[in-house]
Write a protein that binds this ligand. Structure first.
Ligand code: FE2
Length: 105
């Protein structure tokens, strides 16, 4: 989970930081996206541990709780990706000289 986030932060976010260095809303957007990366990574770590225990037939793991955690994780990741795509599309439009559909945040 961390590797794609690092790639995104080092390439895409760095590109935005260079071109929009004076834009407070761009900085706030990147801070929010980085925070969401961190949250998803922590959630993934908890899931990994829980799934390992489930795979080892640990009877203390509740299957319904596992399902709930998995749904929550994927909902969070989908929401992040959707928000990120929408924001980055707006930034690209602005960079290319078009009219942004909305401010970053
Ligand atoms: Fe992301």
């Amino acid at each position: 989970m961390r590797a794609p986030h690092v790639g995104e932060e080092q390439r895409v976010f760095a590109w935005i930081e260079q071109r929009f260095a004076d834009d407070a809303s761009a900085r706030a957007l990147l801070d929010r996206l980085k925070y969401e990366h961190c949250e998803d990574e922590c959630f993934a770590e908890e899931l990994t541990e829980m799934l390992a225990r489930l795979g080892a037939a640990d009877s203390t793991v509740n299957a319904e709780t596992a399902g709930y955690m998995l749904r929550g994780f994927f909902t969070s990741v989908r929401r992040h990706i959707s928000f990120e795509q929408e924001c980055l599309r707006g930034i690209l439009v602005q960079h290319l000289g078009g009219e942004p559909t909305a401010k970053f945040l």
